[in-house]
Every structure is written in structure tokens, then in C-alpha cells.
Design a protein around this ligand. Structure first.
Ligand SMILES: Cc1ncc(COP(=O)(O)O)c(C=O)c1O
Length: 431
């Protein structure tokens, strides 16, 4: 029985079968190979996970060495040295006074735990999230996700959640102009807290750069303005860095671009270059509102994943991987922006570092979503050896999120293939 048949018959699936998926065999750096030996430039990194590259030998060696000693002991029942070491390291590399970490297995679990911690600390129980956001597929995290496409079939959702306006300048939901809006989208947070909740708001949760929503970068002053409102209202700020963290945007954590220190940061994906691990970190004051045994995860803080994560962070620091992502991303975005002069399907090229979105539109005036064209471009790229993602509420944004170790010639291939695909999609649309 082939793997496709096994998937069809035996895997309960959220599998995205809009395209015939690659049957993966192995990876190396920013390259993936299928079982027939076909080579792909991986420009999606397993949904923004393998930031330090596939088969990174330093990380692999660290994980193997740990696996040779012990694979699992339950890090909440015994002292596990890699857990202690990673927690200390995260305190060192995260901004401000963030100090104590809880380890779990995934991004959703990290957000869920952070929400519980915020409730525990504040004694309150309501949340403000952002429209078009994505925070995971558990009940609480879908409740704070602002996209009905992701939520269907799971409701009714948790009460006590209100959504504020997306800080999305290309399609400002308030119909304002970025140059003269006075950051009205930030001010909207205050209105939402006061008008849509019942005075019990404990936290605002946001992705510093929104991933699934279509690589939306809030305007420069957004988080500073929001943080001021949150402080006025006594509300915590949870930064969901699950997708934007670990060098992806050109800083170790994307919130560093905005000069704001969150009260809690959640992380997963790029934390261990592919080993499953999630975490959230808070100041000692906030973290200590959890009593011993309050929150636990059997696999959380797996010793092998933690060893991989330590080596991952070490690799990022030694090679200045965030700096590399910043430089490579700027160059790639500049090429696509220049290309937009010749390719009218490109509505906007945006992003930070190697978290890049190319929003496609059928018409630049009306900004009609070019959903079919984006799907076509992704399929064309796959057939021609480049793996990219698609996002946005209407699936009209191409997502380029490669391993940050991607080299110049691989970036040339990505640019040339996407440009070729756009031309083909443009021709298709014209027929
Ligand atoms: C910003 C953000 N938060 C949370 C999650 C959920 O992470 P996981 O799939 O590891 O549960 C994702 C996944 O895409 C994400 O992008």
C-alpha cells in the first residue's frame, strides 16, 4: 500500500489536499528531496519551523547525544538538566524581565497555557484578540482566532473574547490612510475592551507579525500605542511568537522590532528546528502566580527537544541567523517590489526578514482577491521545484518562509520560479 493510500484510509486528516503533496524523503539546509529523488527549494520550512535548516548537523548531534542518555523522564516530576539549561537560556535571549518558562508540546498548547496564566495572575477571565489572527486549533485558541474559516464546526466558542481591528494598512478595515490615521487601529483596542467586554479583560493576545492571516506587519507604532492602552486598563500583553519567533523576521523575536516588552511570550515552531516543543515565558512575578503542580504537560520539556533547542539557539547566535534573515529578506522583497512594476497581479510585497507575503490582486484599484491565481502559483512552483505557502483570509497571499540558511542561488531560484509562475497565472487570468 502506498503512502497516499495509507493517508486516505488511515490518517484522520486536516491534510491540505488542494495540491498533490510531495512524498518527502529527506532534507538538507533549504532543500527537500522526494522519494523519487526530485529536489525542491523549500520556501515554507514545514510552516516556518526549520529555521536553522533541515538536517542541521550541530542540532542533530546535540539531540542524538541527549537521546543516547534518556529520551523521556517527565520534566515536571524530575529535574532534567536540559530543561533547566534551556529555561535559563530563554530568559537570557528574550526581552526585558521575562524569566520563567513553562514547556509544552505545541504552539496551541503554549497559547492555551499562557491564557490560563494570565487568568491566574489577574483574577480576570476575558481576552481581546485580533481579527484575521490565528492562535491554534484547541478550543480556547480557536476561540481567540479571528478567522471563521479555521473555526467552522468547532463552536460555539468560549465566551469573554472580543476582537479588535486588524492592523492591516493595505486593506485598512477602518478605511483610513496609513499616513493620516493616527494609529486608529491601536486606539480601537481601548474601545473594544470598554464596549465589548464586561470589565474582566485579563489579556490582549497578538502575533507581532501575523502569519496565517497573510503576513501582516502592523504599522511601526502600533504595539507601543496598544501597550500604553493596556497599561492604562491593567491588561497583560501576550505576544504569540509561535510563527514569528526564532530569527524568522530578522530579530530573535519579532516584537523586538516594535520596542515593546510583552508580559508573556509564547513560542513553538522554530524553537528546536523541527523537534516538537512549545513554551511560554513570563516575568517571575507573573509566572509565580502558578502554584507548584497547577499546570503540567507529560511530554512538555522533552529532554531531546530541549537539547535540540539549546543547540538551535546556539547556532542562531553563532551564525547571526536573525541578521542573515534580515539581509536576505530585504533583498528578496526588493526584487519582488521591483518586479511589481511589470507584474500587475502583485498588489503588495510585505514582511520582515524571511517572513514574506506577496498579496495578489486581480485589479490594483479594486484590490479584488486573486485567490485562484495564488493557488495556481503555488501549484506551478511545486511542479517546478519550489515549495511555497499560501495564506490570508481569502487565500490570496503567497507566503515565502524558507529556512533562514537559504543561500543566494536558492533565493535566485525562488525569485525566478515565482516570477515565472506569476507570469503564467497572469496569462491564465487574461484568457
Ligand atoms: C501564530 C501561531 N500561533 C499558534 C499556532 C499553533 O501552533 P501549533 O500548530 O504548533 O499548535 C500557529 C500555527 O500555525 C501559529 O502560526
Amino acid at each position: 500500500m502506498g503512502v497516499q493510500d495509507q493517508y486516505r484510509d488511515y490518517v484522520m486528516t486536516g491534510f491540505v489536499k488542494r495540491i498533490e503533496p510531495v512524498v518527502v524523503d529527506h532534507g538538507e539546509g533549504a532543500k527537500l528531496y522526494d522519494v523519487d529523488g526530485k529536489e525542491y527549494v523549500d520556501c515554507f520550512a514545514g510552516i516556518s519551523v526549520t529555521n536553522a535548516g533541515h538536517h542541521n548537523s550541530a542540532i542533530l548531534e546535540a539531540a542524538k547525544a541527549q537521546a543516547d542518555k534518556i529520551v523521556h523522564a517527565c520534566s515536571y516530576v524530575y529535574y532534567v538538566p536540559t530543561v533547566g539549561a534551556l529555561a535559563e537560556k530563554l530568559a537570557e535571549v528574550t526581552p526585558g524581565k521575562l524569566q520563567k518558562t513553562f514547556f509544552c508540546n505545541s504552539g496551541a498548547e503554549a497559547n492555551e497555557g499562557a491564557m490560563r496564566l494570565a487568568k491566574r495572575y489577574s483574577g480576570r477571565c476575558e481576552f481581546v484578540a485580533i481579527e484575521s489572527s490565528f492562535h491554534g486549533r484547541t478550543y480556547a485558541t480557536l476561540s481567540i482566532t479571528g478567522n471563521s474559516g479555521r473555526k467552522k464546526g468547532g463552536g460555539p466558542y468560549m465566551p469573554g473574547v472580543a476582537f479588535t481591528t486588524t492592523p492591516y494598512c493595505y486593506r485598512c478595515p477602518l478605511g483610513l490612510d496609513e499616513k493620516s490615521c493616527g494609529l486608529a487601529c491601536a486606539e480601537r483596542v481601548r474601545e473594544v475592551v470598554r464596549l465589548h467586554l464586561s470589565g474582566e479583560c485579563c489579556a490582549f493576545i497578538a502575533e507581532p507579525v501575523m502569519g496565517e492571516g497573510g503576513i501582516i506587519v502592523p504599522p511601526a507604532g502600533y504595539f507601543k500605542a496598544v501597550k500604553k492602552i493596556l497599561e492604562d486598563e491593567g491588561i497583560l500583553f501576550i505576544a504569540d511568537e509561535v510563527q514569528s519567533g526564532f530569527g524568522r523576521t530578522g530579530k530573535l523575536f519579532a516584537i523586538e522590532h516594535f520596542g515593546v516588552v510583552p508580559d508573556i511570550i509564547t513560542m513553538a515552531k522554530g524553537i528546536a528546528d523541527g523537534w516538537p516543543l512549545g513554551a511560554f515565558i513570563a516575568s517571575a512575578e507573573i509566572a509565580d502566580s502558578f502554584q507548584v503542580g497547577d499546570h503540567l504537560s507529560t511530554f512538555g520539556g522533552n529532554p531531546v527537544s530541549c537539547a535540540a533547542s539549546l543547540a538551535n539557539i546556539d547556532f542562531m547566535q553563532k551564525t547571526d541567523l536573525p541578521g542573515q534573515a534580515a539581509a536576505k529578506g530585504e533583498k528578496l522583497m526588493a526584487r519582488f517590489r521591483e518586479h511589481a512594476d511589470r507584474e500587475s497581479l502583485i498588489g503588495e510585497v510585505r514582511g520582515k526578514g524571511l517572513m514574506i507575503g506577496i498579496e495578489l490582486v486581480k485589479d490594483r484599484e479594486t484590490k479584488t482577491y486573486a485567490t485562484a491565481e495564488a493557488g495556481f502559483v503555488r501549484n506551478y512552483c511545486l511542479e517546478h521545484g519550489v515549495l511555497i505557502g499560501v495564506g490570508g483570509n481569502f487565500g490570496s497571499v503567497l507566503r515565502l518562509q524558507p529556512p533562514l540558511v537559504i543561500d543566494d542561488s536558492e533565493l535566485d531560484t525562488v525569485f525566478a520560479t515565482v516570477a515565472e509562475a506569476l507570469e503564467a497565472a497572469h496569462r491564465l487570468a487574461a484568457v
